[in-house]
Every structure is written in structure tokens, then in C-alpha cells.
Design a protein around this ligand. Structure first.
Ligand SMILES: *[C@@H]1O[C@H](CO)[C@@H](O)[C@H](O)[C@H]1NC(C)=O
Ligand SMILES: *[C@@H]1O[C@H](CO)[C@@H](O)[C@H](O)[C@H]1NC(C)=O
Ligand SMILES: *[C@@H]1O[C@H](CO)[C@@H](O)[C@H](O)[C@H]1NC(C)=O
Length: 254
């Protein structure tokens, strides 16, 4: 009888510590494994194939990319949003980290764009190809000093000019990047074509070292740091945001 009174509490303690271990261990294991498994999924959508970090969307959950780099896929067309402007993704090249994009509002209706300038989030994208700014001005009062009329929209004319200086006598103006080859800015067909053919941007966030070692990148929480996950869990030495050497040691290397 005495032996029972010794063994029972021991079993109870073991029992409790197993529950304790289960509660503590499993969630952290799952999140590392989830990141590894889930962020290994790549996005395919129409002409877009195998797009991974820093994008998320479809079966890549939010932590598999940058919060502002969601790719939405609708009817086999991919869309991204940069600074409140929605773009249709015409081409994606994961190897060169480039996307060819065009403003969706201009594809829908040239006369009624969102009246928001085209500007890149410079933390995330840069222009890859040379371009020039074209300013389209809306709601203008007719005057002789106005630049060339592009298209008579219902109730108002739209004026175009190269550069990003707004026309004073117009209500709003919208700057759009167009290829350097566009010279005939008074020819509606050419202007329309130049805008809708889009422009190429390159994304900055990378995960090269991690991916080439078989890992996947994930961005979690408020730190917005990119963490590399390998099969067995985080492998911080492969994470792009973590500097393994300081600026001074880089000088020594060179
Ligand atoms: C994720 O989506 C891709 C393409 O749509 C598909 O090939 C892949 O099987 C999906 N993976 C999972 C885990 O659902
Ligand atoms: C677009 O940019 C031009 C010049 O940079 C500015 O004058 C104009 O007000 C801007 N348009 C909008 C809609 O913000
Ligand atoms: C286009 O305009 C933006 C401001 O609206 C400016 O920052 C940029 O340098 C311009 N690009 C070119 C090629 O002129």
C-alpha cells in the first residue's frame, strides 16, 4: 500500500509534464514546419508561373511574402497593388525578379482613371527599363496654352504632355510611365498603346541565399524581418536581413 502512495504522485507529475510539453512544444514545431511547407508553394496564375517570395497569395499564406506584395489571381489574371493603384501583371520573371505591369484603371477606362499618380513603393520596387513620365490632365478649361488634346472623353478633353508638370488650368493630372519610344503624344492610339503595354519593375526583397540552400523565406510579425526556414527550422545564417558581417569586416574582405 505504501508503494502506491509514492507512485501515484509521480505518475500525476509525469502526466502533467507531458501535457505541459505538448502544449508548449507542438505549436512552435508546427509554425516552423508550416512556414517550411506552406512557403514552398509557388503561385501560378495564367501566364504567371512559379512566383514565390516576396509575393504571397493563392496557396501561399501572408507570412510567405511581404505584407504589401499580395498577388491576387482572378480568372487567371494576376493583380498587384502598389500605393493604392491596382496593376495587372502581364509578365512575371522570377529569375530576373521582374514584373511587367500595367494600370488596371487605364485598361478599364481611359477617361476615368483613379486620378492617382503612378509611383512605386521604393522600398519594394525599382523601374527596370528606361521610361519617361507622361502627364495626362483631366477636367481642363479650354485655353490656347494647353498642350495637345489626346482624346475627347465625354464632357472633357484629356491633354497629354511629357514630364510631370501639371497643367494649371486642369482639375487633376495623372502621371504614367511610358516607353521612351513614345513621341507622338497627340496620337490617341499610340498613347493608349504605350500606357496599356505596361512597364517593367524589379522587386528588391530577395531570398537567394536561402532558396539556393533549399530553404524558404518568411516575413512574420511586426519586425518585418525576412527569416529563412530550412527543413529543421529557422536557419538565420541564410536570412537576407540578418547581417552576418558588419560594414568594417566587409572592408577587410575587400
Ligand atoms: C498550390 O497551387 C499550385 C498552383 O496553383 C498547385 O500546383 C499546388 O499543388 C498547390 N499546393 C497546395 C499545397 O495546395
Ligand atoms: C500627380 O503629380 C503631379 C506632379 O508631380 C501633381 O501636380 C498632381 O497633383 C498629382 N496628381 C494626383 C492625382 O495626385
Ligand atoms: C517621373 O516623375 C516622378 C515624380 O512624379 C519623378 O520622381 C521621376 O524622377 C520622374 N521620372 C523621369 C524619368 O522623369
Amino acid at each position: 500500500m505504501a508503494s502506491h502512495s509514492v507512485h501515484l504522485p509521480l505518475i500525476t507529475i509525469l502526466h502533467h509534464s507531458v501535457i505541459f510539453l505538448v502544449l508548449i512544444k507542438i505549436p512552435s514545431c508546427l509554425s516552423a514546419n508550416d512556414a517550411y511547407r506552406n512557403c514552398g508553394n509557388l503561385i501560378s496564375c495564367g501566364k504567371i508561373t512559379n512566383l514565390g517570395f516576396p509575393f504571397w497569395g493563392k496557396n501561399r499564406t501572408k507570412e510567405c511574402g511581404h505584407p504589401l506584395m499580395q498577388l491576387i489571381c482572378e480568372k487567371e489574371i494576376g493583380y498587384i497593388t502598389i500605393k493604392d493603384v491596382q496593376y495587372r501583371v502581364l509578365e512575371a520573371n522570377p529569375d530576373s525578379h521582374t514584373l511587367k505591369i500595367t494600370r488596371e484603371d487605364y485598361l478599364q477606362d481611359f477617361c476615368q482613371p483613379k486620378h492617382v499618380n503612378t509611383s512605386l513603393d521604393t522600398q519594394l520596387y525599382v523601374y527596370e527599363s528606361p521610361y519617361q513620365n507622361l502627364t495626362l490632365s483631366y477636367g481642363c478649361t479650354r485655353s490656347e496654352s494647353l498642350p495637345t488634346t489626346v482624346i475627347p472623353c465625354i464632357g472633357e478633353d484629356v491633354y497629354s504632355q511629357i514630364g510631370s508638370l501639371a497643367v494649371v488650368s486642369c482639375k487633376t493630372s495623372v502621371v504614367v510611365p511610358v516607353p521612351l519610344s513614345l513621341v507622338e503624344i497627340n496620337d490617341f492610339t499610340k498613347v493608349h498603346q504605350a500606357i496599356t503595354e505596361g512597364f517593367v519593375v524589379r522587386w528588391i526583397k530577395e531570398c537567394n541565399k536561402c532558396e539556393s540552400s533549399g530553404g524558404v523565406c518568411s516575413i512574420e510579425g511586426s519586425s518585418q524581418q525576412t527569416t529563412c526556414y530550412c527543413r529543421d527550422g529557422p536557419c538565420p545564417n541564410l536570412s537576407p536581413d540578418i547581417k552576418t558581417s558588419s560594414g568594417t569586416s566587409e572592408f577587410i574582405e575587400n
